[in-house]
Design a protein around this ligand. Structure first.
Ligand code: HEC
Ligand code: HEC
Ligand code: HEC
Ligand code: HEC
Ligand code: HEC
Length: 367
């Protein structure tokens, strides 16, 4: 009996299915700046323990009733019991497991060797060699802790992201995240991880390092290079153009939307106000707004397409001294849907939830 128990305990080890990744905290000593930036990003908070929205959605899905935490594949990929977690066997997330708390772990991301495309979502193929990390730049000094491999094309092309970010569809074939087809060709790093001041490590001075906080936001001072606004007055109208140089749809998930506020200020008063929304609203068969995991139909899709220039025209005669403002912000929205007289479903009411997060703005004073 004792012997059998012993064998049982040994079994997972013999299978060798699980990869072991060094914990994030081991990187802190030599890479303190990168560690700090990373800790403030969404990648450090992708777990069910730290992201309340993720937890809430998980609890409403049939996966959770089956005790199948398949989300771990992307949200907790460094878990030392990943295979068990994603099976329908009731082994749920464990807040006391440090490898699960490591979220999109440093060592995990730096060991993505290849990406395989898949129907529902893509897959990360992780290298078997522990403590050998892929990177783009040739290092100045050797690291006493790990090897560095700069020969992997994914890192040279700045695209080790699309194993998780490529696309993700629900069981009805509807996209939950981006559906931009050219993502594997895109260099994500040039915009999301630019070089910023400060050494990458404490052993040699590299002067700059790849910004690791960009997993939540693009650096404020860089956004207008990728998203911009133009205001053009003409005789009795004026136009506002929203210009994207981003190779993916903005935004990448229907959970968030862009909001454009166009205002004209005359003698200190707002005399014109027009809100515009860039949304991807999904519904169930009955036409009720549904979260992406349950949705069967696209009700409305006005998201900004890759590299799109979208013009809004307003029949409003401007006067000398008028100040025209345009602000583009990121928002969370709440919708109400209703059948119109033509029998078609339409969004009747849109409500902004919480604080809008401004991205870019433009002001023009009429001379
Ligand atoms: C004992 C110190 C030490 C520890 C601990 C350490 N590193 Fe490093 N790391 C270095 C040094 C030194 C370099 C080389 C820096 C250079 O010359 O650019 C480096 C370089 C790197 C590079 C490549 C940088 C480049 O130049 O392209 C990556 C990626 C990296 N480390 C990841 C990690 C991760 C992930 C961890 C934690 C699991 C970690 N390191 C822990 C010292 C360390
Ligand atoms: C192992 C899977 C994985 C990899 C690899 C990965 N990400 Fe993520 N990323 C996620 C998950 C999961 C989230 C969502 C976290 C959350 O909100 O709970 C996320 C969040 C983000 C966000 C913030 C989105 C938001 O809604 O705030 C950005 C931006 C981002 N990732 C960019 C990147 C870039 C750039 C790369 C490549 C350098 C990358 N990611 C690689 C899984 C991954
Ligand atoms: C194929 C990888 C993948 C899988 C599997 C996955 N996610 Fe995600 N998840 C992501 C990525 C990537 C993001 C960030 C998307 C973006 O912002 O474009 C994300 C973001 C989210 C968000 C938005 C978080 C926020 O705070 O805004 C929620 C909620 C979420 N996921 C829930 C889940 C749930 C629940 C599961 C399991 C049923 C799951 N995800 C499985 C990759 C994945
Ligand atoms: C989502 C994937 C991802 C995660 C998570 C991640 N990195 Fe990186 N890291 C990258 C990529 C991609 C590069 C290469 C950037 C480039 O091409 O300039 C990089 C570059 C680096 C470099 C070299 C910096 C430079 O430009 O000199 C170091 C060191 C490093 N990472 C350490 C870490 C550490 C430590 C953590 C955790 C605290 C971490 N990384 C988390 C993707 C990631
Ligand atoms: C030309 C620059 C550019 C490139 C290249 C780029 N992005 Fe983006 N990305 C942006 C901008 C600008 C935004 C919107 C502003 C923001 O969210 O901070 C954005 C938003 C995102 C978001 C949503 C963040 C949120 O808060 O909802 C994710 C996730 C993301 N990008 C991932 C990627 C991935 C993965 C790649 C590579 C396949 C990539 N991006 C390539 C500029 C770029």
């Amino acid at each position: 009996m004792v012997r059998q128990l012993y064998l049982l305990l040994l079994f997972p080890l013999l299978l060798g299915a699980e990869e072991i990744f060094s914990l994030n905290i081991t990187c802190k000593e030599c890479h303190p700046k990168i560690y700090q930036e990373y800790m403030e990003s969404m990648h450090a908070r992708a777990t069910i323990f730290k992201d309340p929205i993720h937890k809430k959605v998980w609890e409403t899905l049939p996966f959770s009733q089956r005790g199948e935490y398949s989300c771990a594949y992307c949200h907790t990929p460094a878990a030392n019991n990943l295979q068990e977690l994603i099976q329908p066997n009731g082994i749920g997330p464990d807040p006391y497991n440090p490898t699960q708390n490591d979220a999109i772990a440093c060592a995990f991301c730096h060991r993505i060797e290849k990406i395989q495309s898949g129907q529902i979502h893509n897959f990360n193929v992780v290298s078997k060699e522990q403590r050998r990390y892929f990177a783009r730049k040739a290092p100045l000094a050797a690291s006493p802790f790990h090897k560095i491999d700069t020969s992997n094309p994914l890192y040279q092309q700045g695209n080790n992201c699309v194993g998780c970010h490529g696309h993700y569809s629900n069981k009805h074939g509807l996209q939950i995240y981006t559906s931009t087809p050219n993502l594997p060709q895109v260099n994500c790093v040039q915009c999301h991880m630019p070089q910023v001041q400060g050494s990458s490590n404490t052993l040699v001075d590299t002067k700059t390092h790849a910004y690791h906080g960009g997993f939540g936001k693009i650096l404020k001072e860089r956004i207008q290079e990728y998203l911009s606004l133009e205001i053009t007055p003409s005789s009795n109208t004026f136009h506002v153009d929203v210009i994207s140089k981003v190779p993916h749809i903005v935004l990448t998930t229907p959970l968030k939307s862009l909001y454009l506020s166009v205002d004209v200020i005359r003698n200190g008063k707002i005399v014109f106000h027009k809100p515009e929304f860039f949304i991807r609203a999904l519904s169930d068969d009955q036409g009720e707004i549904a979260i992406p995991w349950f949705a069967t139909r696209v009700l409305l899709d006005t998201m900004l397409a890759p590299n799109e220039r979208r013009r809004f025209s307003y029949d409003f005669p401007l006067q000398k001294g008028d100040r025209v403002t345009a602000i583009l912000a990121k928002v969370l929205l709440d919708f109400e849907v209703e059948k119109g007289q033509d029998g078609k479903l339409a969004i009747r009411k849109i409500k902004i939830v919480g604080e809008p997060e401004p991205l870019v703005s433009k002001v023009l004073t009429i001379q």
